[in-house]
Design a binder for this molecule. Structure first.
Ligand SMILES: Cc1cc2nc3c(=O)[nH]c(=O)nc-3n(C[C@H](O)[C@H](O)[C@H](O)COP(=O)(O)O)c2cc1C
Length: 200
């Protein structure tokens, strides 16, 4: 899609039992279990394109991507290691750094809301979350597993600085992408009777 496609009539949804079946068993991967093969450069571009096609009040596109390959992430994990020692549980904080180095591809989604805009910051942040979810769907559609995580280094001010975020920006998620050797295990799912209020 390009500017030339603006106003183009897009296809209406059609029932797809295949898509329903995929969504019914959709499951994130444990990030540290993600290994190669990972997406090719062309597939990465496709994943980004599909992920960026997400709802966004005001057409502000209040997010940006940092595509991190293995070199950048190894350097980052090394630089973050000393900061792990000042976290509440230093052992665990160091251990989770392996989630940064294991997967073949990581897309850092940065929320970049505009303060004082008529579209509330909360809604702009929700759009970044929607992008994270759609990146996972896109990775799955190309046959890869994915994991959306944050971890302590998304909140430690010095770590956030190392990630290259500026004032007003926040980590929406690290989307790790790769291949699992073993299928993921089902986790608890909400009881919808407690979550849904049908109002005729
Ligand atoms: C915003 C957000 C932040 C998350 N941060 C972490 C994290 O720091 N560490 C972690 O192990 N998992 C994290 N997760 C992943 C969840 O713990 C869990 O693996 C995931 O939601 C599983 O969902 P699914 O099985 O429906 O795919 C995060 C998920 C979301 C949506």
């Amino acid at each position: 899609m390009s500017d030339a496609d603006l106003g183009l009539a897009l296809p209406l949804p059609v029932p797809s039992s295949e898509l329903q079946a995929r969504l019914a068993v959709r499951r994130s991967a444990p990030a540290q279990a993600l290994a190669g093969p990972g997406p090719s450069p062309g597939e990465i571009e496709r994943i980004l394109l599909l992920g960026a096609r997400s709802p966004d009040h005001g057409k502000l596109f209040p997010w940006r991507f940092v595509v991190m390959g293995p070199e950048r992430r190894a350097a980052l994990a090394g630089a973050l290691a000393p900061l792990a020692d000042r976290q509440a549980d230093p052992g665990k904080a160091r251990k989770v750094l392996s989630k940064l180095t294991a997967p073949p591809l990581t897309i850092l989604v940065v929320s970049t809301p505009i303060e004082g805009h008529k579209v509330p910051v909360w809604e702009q942040q929700l759009s970044a979350g929607a992008v994270c979810m759609n990146l996972e769907h896109a990775a799955n559609a190309l046959g890869y597993s994915a994991s959306w995580i944050t971890d302590w280094y998304s909140y430690d001010p010095e770590a956030v600085d190392m990630l290259g975020l500026v004032v007003g920006e926040q980590v929406a998620g690290f989307i790790h992408v790769g291949t699992l050797a073993e299928p993921p295990l089902e986790r608890p799912r909400p009881d919808l009777t407690a979550k849904v209020d049908y109002q005729p």
